[in-house]
Design a protein around this ligand. Structure first.
Ligand SMILES: Cc1ncc(COP(=O)(O)O)c(C=O)c1O
Length: 385
């Protein structure tokens, strides 16, 4: 991460997302380096969909991964005609299939039933199956794709049975996709997952064209990062497969900051509360996953404890308690880190609070451009008929 400088924090209109486009490119390039030239590197749009920096990123990835028709359209636009577009979702809506197959290179259906349904229609995309490797790598089932009774992908045993019973004259299943982790910090988990898939699907892997290993790993700090390239090369060479990676978080997370201003400070039951001009709705995973966001040291850390509260009327709109070198006062600026992924895409209008103004910067110059500002007209547009 390249911390944004104080001159940006002090001058933007808050609340503000500040996106560092050069960090996006640096992150994607670092993953490409780890994975080696045989990997196809896609960016998962669900993590971040701000178009101008994605146009810059497009030159540094092989394409985009989409999970809805809107994302697929954007992916095709960003990737232009030569880049790759992969699609997977818990269901491929029948009404979208004709367009999806025209604009996607590969579609991973979530179940054999969906696969059969779409294989019988005219389409140009390469059709594959999303499998669920059934190996839980996280203890928290809120974001474990391999949780019990998961909706995400076909269990390996069922996939194997289906593949075994398909007749040779039927249209071929051309790819397998899995996405089985969340913020995984050890690539040994990916190795183990692939081993399960190989064991379960056996010789069927030789008949495929592509294997998509999904996202779900925190590549910057992951243990066993040196495993990635040999894994990709082994899969490509053993099975003659295009091996695809589709990270989101690892590319976008540390490229975004949420800058906010303290609006009021008061004492309640022996604690100090600072109310900010932002809300957890602008960093929704704070509430969804009980995540306590970190701050840049605009005000150095210290012993003065303060609860940072969002500005909506929800009692639980809280960012956690932080320690500062001095008491906070109205007008102080704070900047939350790791706000690039799953923030702007999930931000909403709860309580009529406008989503943050979006600024784009580049860490080589720190020049800053305002991309989007939200106001009353946008609020009305949400709800007008
Ligand atoms: C199918 C699929 N691919 C890729 C990703 C990106 O994962 P991450 O942002 O954790 O790298 C996700 C995230 O939910 C996903 O569901």
């Amino acid at each position: 991460m390249n911390p944004i400088p104080n001159c940006i924090i002090e001058t933007v209109d808050t609340p503000a997302y500040v996106i560092d486009a050069s960090q996006l490119v640096a992150n994607a390039s670092a993953i490409r380096q780890l994975a080696g030239p045989q990997a196809t590197l896609l960016f998962a749009l669900k993590a971040f969909t701000l178009i101008p920096p994605l146009r810059t990123l497009a030159a540094h990835v092989d394409g985009f991964a989409a999970s809805s028709l809107c994302e697929a359209r954007l992916a095709r636009d960003l990737a232009s005609s030569s880049g790759r577009v992969h699609f997977t979702a818990p269901a491929v809506p029948a009404r979208d299939f004709a367009e999806l197959t025209r604009i996607s290179d590969c579609i991973a259906c979530n179940s054999p039933a969906q696969w059969e349904r779409f294989a019988s229609l005219d389409g140009t995309a390469s059709l594959g199956l999303r499998v669920n490797p059934g190996l839980s790598l996280t203890d928290d089932e809120r974001y474990d794709p391999c949780r019990t009774a998961s909706k995400l992908g076909t269990p390996l045993a069922e996939a194997r049975q289906w593949l075994d019973t398909r007749d040779d004259s039927a249209p071929p299943v051309e790819g397998i996709h899995f996405h089985s982790n969340s913020e995984g910090d050890d690539l040994a988990g990916l190795d183990q997952t692939v081993a399960r898939v190989e064991e379960a699907l056996g010789a069927h892997l030789h008949k495929l064209q592509w294997l998509n290993l999904g996202g779900g790993y925190w590549y910057p700090d992951a243990d066993n990062r040196t495993k990635l390239r040999p894994l990709v090369e082994r899969l490509a060479e053993t099975y003659g497969l295009h091996v695809v990676l589709e990270p989101g978080m690892s590319v976008a997370s540390d490229a975004g900051f949420l800058v906010t201003q303290v609006e009021d400070v008061f004492q309640r039951d022996g604690r100090t509360i600072a109310v900010l001009d932002t809300a957890v709705n602008h960093l929704p995973e704070v509430l969804e996953f009980e995540w306590e966001p970190e701050l840049l040291p605009t005000i150095p850390e210290g012993p003065v404890r303060c609860v940072l509260a969002g500005c909506t009327c929800l009692a639980g709109d809280l960012f956690g308690e932080h320690g500062f070198a001095r008491p906070l006062v109205p007008g102080d600026r704070l900047a939350f880190t790791y706000a690039g992924a799953y923030s702007q895409v999930k931000a909403d209008w709860f309580n009529g609070v406008c989503p943050p103004t979006i600024y784009l910067t580049e860490s080589d110059t720190w020049n800053i451009t305002e991309l989007r500002r939200f106001g009353y007209e946008d609020f009305l547009r949400q709800y007008s008929s």
